[in-house]
Write a protein that binds this ligand. Structure first.
Ligand SMILES: Cc1ncc(COP(=O)(O)O)c(C=O)c1O
Length: 418
């Protein structure tokens, strides 16, 4: 007998750890910006996959890549080579900056990699330790004085749930009860360059920033802040790490969020949309920085599998050949225009902000009932920080679907305002 929503939720309650706040929706199928529940109801999804399904659910090219690769080889361990990992790494560097790539399985693991990489970069040079210059090679221009391990992080930031990523996260609510945290993270207000300057110590090694804070409430880093961070990092010989796990791979209308500000980070962290639904992450590090990690210093069993890399290639092909960046720019301009007009009519909308297809509506009231009301009307959106509605539409969404979603949201907000 077919399972119902009730059956599935009952089994979850009994067997699945209760770590997520879940809506009572059992999804069994997805296509583009549409998903279907176990009872066959169709929903319009303006928050597909929590940012993972950036190309929409089951993009046909990603699905084709999975089928094709499964027919060849699913996994190749990292003590061997396979062509797709090389191809994807090259492509990632071509669209970001000249560097080298480490492949992870998730966003948090990309953050962990960045923490390890920066710690090693800031560690005292120890002749004889693998990768550390012993005086016979080129000058270790990329080493600091040694003993540098502090990373300056931003208030309201979110970097993941593993211990170092959690410790880097600038929101105590995620950390409560998990102390002791990993030491070495210094928190400063977002978009406040003076605060970053004031937090510098001889132990500082890097600054970690999201070009747009997603979980933190869709807060955009100003161009001046990112440019100032770049300059400060250059002056102080610190590493600038861009966490683009949510903003990356076209979501903001450019490949990466930092590209709007005309700067380049030293490390770029990716996951979510990168695999088009397949769990894979990556760290791109400037060449000299990347070289700090040498054989045996870092690894992950599943990292950069042929299957994951086939998915990334399909994502690249889709974004380029279907001109999805242009599409995000065009349709997001339209969405922002419509939402800004709505704000003028509805005082409960305090601010409309974001960039590209990363859209936040800060409300004067709790946003969670809005999410529930939208779901009743078969529209899926998200709320973060209690009062910020968050939309992360798929880059493939049609204008008609976008309009439909915005109309439902508009009606719900209008009803709530009365
Ligand atoms: C900016 C940012 N960094 C890191 C993470 C953690 O990624 P994951 O959940 O894949 O570990 C997230 C997830 O939401 C994120 O938005």
């Amino acid at each position: 007998m077919a399972q119902t929503t009730h059956d599935v939720i009952e089994q979850y309650d009994h067997y699945v750890m209760n770590t997520y706040v879940r809506s009572p929706l059992v999804l069994t199928k997805g296509k583009g910006s549409r998903v279907w529940d176990v009872e066959g109801h169709e929903y319009l999804d303006l928050f597909p996959g929590w940012g993972v399904s950036g190309l929409g659910h089951n993009h046909p090219w990603v699905a084709r890549a999975v089928r094709g690769q499964v027919g060849r080889i699913i996994h190749v361990p990292n003590n061997y080579y396979h062509p797709l990992q090389a191809k994807v790494a090259k492509k990632l560097c071509e669209v970001s900056f000249d560097g080298k790539v480490f492949f992870s399985n998730s966003g948090a693991e990309a953050v962990e990699t960045a923490v390890k990489l920066t710690r090693r970069w800031g560690a005292p040079a120890q002749p004889g330790v693998a990768g550390v210059p012993d005086g016979t090679g080129p000058a270790p221009h990329w080493y600091g004085a040694g003993g540098q391990y502090e990373i300056i992080v931003m208030e309201q930031s979110f970097h993941g749930r593993t211990m170092a990523a959690l410790s880097a996260t600038g929101q105590s609510k995620y950390q409560d009860g998990f102390e002791p945290l990993v030491p070495g993270f210094v928190r400063v207000p977002f978009n406040d360059l003076d605060a970053v300057r004031g937090a510098l110590t001889p132990k500082t090694v890097a600054v970690l920033v999201e070009p747009i804070q997603g979980e933190g409430g869709v807060r955009v880093a100003t161009d001046a802040f990112l440019a100032g961070l770049r300059q400060l990092c250059d002056e102080q010989r610190l590493l600038l790490i861009a966490d683009e796990i949510q903003t990356g791979m076209g979501r903001t209308g450019k490949w990466f969020g930092y590209q709007h500000s005309g700067i380049e980070p030293d490390l770029l962290l990716l996951a979510k949309t990168l695999g088009g639904g397949f769990p894979i992450g990556a760290v791109v590090a400037r060449r000299a920085v990347a070289d700090v990690l040498t054989p045996g210093t870092h690894a992950t069993t599943f990292g950069g599998s042929p299957l994951g890399c086939a998915c990334i290639l399909a994502v690249f092909e889709a974004i380029e050949q279907q001109e999805l960046l242009e599409r995000v720019n065009r349709l997001s301009r339209y969405a922002f225009k419509r939402l800004t007009a709505l704000k003028a009519r509805l005082p409960i909308i305090r601010e409309v902000r974001g960039r590209g297809f990363m859209i936040g509506l800060e409300l004067t009231v709790d946003g969670r009932p809005v999410v529930d009301a939208c779901r009743q009307k078969r529209l899926l959106i998200n709320c973060t920080q209690e009062n910020v509605l968050r939309l992360l539409p798929a880059m493939t969404i049609t204008k008609a679907q976008l309009n439909q979603g915005l109309s439902i949201l508009e009606n719900v907000l209008l009803e709530l305002s009365h």
